[in-house]
Design a protein around this ligand. Structure first.
Ligand code: 5GP
Ligand code: ZN
Length: 135
């Protein structure tokens, strides 16, 4: 999707209203319109990029400090920081965003499925070598 049509780019430009919380040269933060819990908010880089690896490092570097500020300002004690990439990974809006989702109790906030697999140590060792060789 182009930056012209992107809903989050339009929020940054002020073409769509939002409950803005933070803005710098590089990032913008606002309340999520369909929160999982009270205080659920989003931090986005100003550069339009669909996935994490599409966004410049200097903008990515501001996302987590902003999420930390928001967690403190909302008074969240327990919370999840979430960033989805790709529709199968639950990304709905195609502009990188970091969720800060307070977890006030078992029912509200993020619920996560965690289908952990048995470990094959040989396969894990081979994977380790493979990934290291590509960085
Ligand atoms: P995703 O599933 O892509 O990680 O999450 C997208 C998030 O953006 C959802 O939590 C959704 O509620 C939020 N969202 C979608 N459209 C708008 C909007 O127009 N304004 C605001 N404030 N949040 C939005
Ligand atoms: Zn965008």
């Amino acid at each position: 999707m182009s930056a012209a049509a992107c809903i989050f780019c339009r929020i940054i430009r002020g073409e769509i209203p939002s409950f803005k919380l933070l803005e710098t040269e590089k990032i913008f933060a606002f309340l999520d319109i369909q929160p999982l819990s009270k205080g659920h908010c989003l931090v986005i880089p100003k550069t339009h990029g669909e996935r994490l690896h599409d966004v410049p490092d200097d903008e990515l570097a501001e996302l987590l400090p902003a999420a930390k500020k928001l967690a403190l300002a909302t008074g969240a004690v327990d919370y999840n920081i979430l960033q989805n990439n790709g529709s199968i990974a639950h990304q709905v809006v195609g502009h990188v965003h970091v969720h800060m989702i307070p977890k006030p109790n078992e029912k509200e906030g993020l619920t996560v499925g965690w289908p952990a697999k048995e470990t094959d140590m040989d396969a894990l060792k081979a994977l380790h070598e493979n990934i290291k060789a590509k960085m």
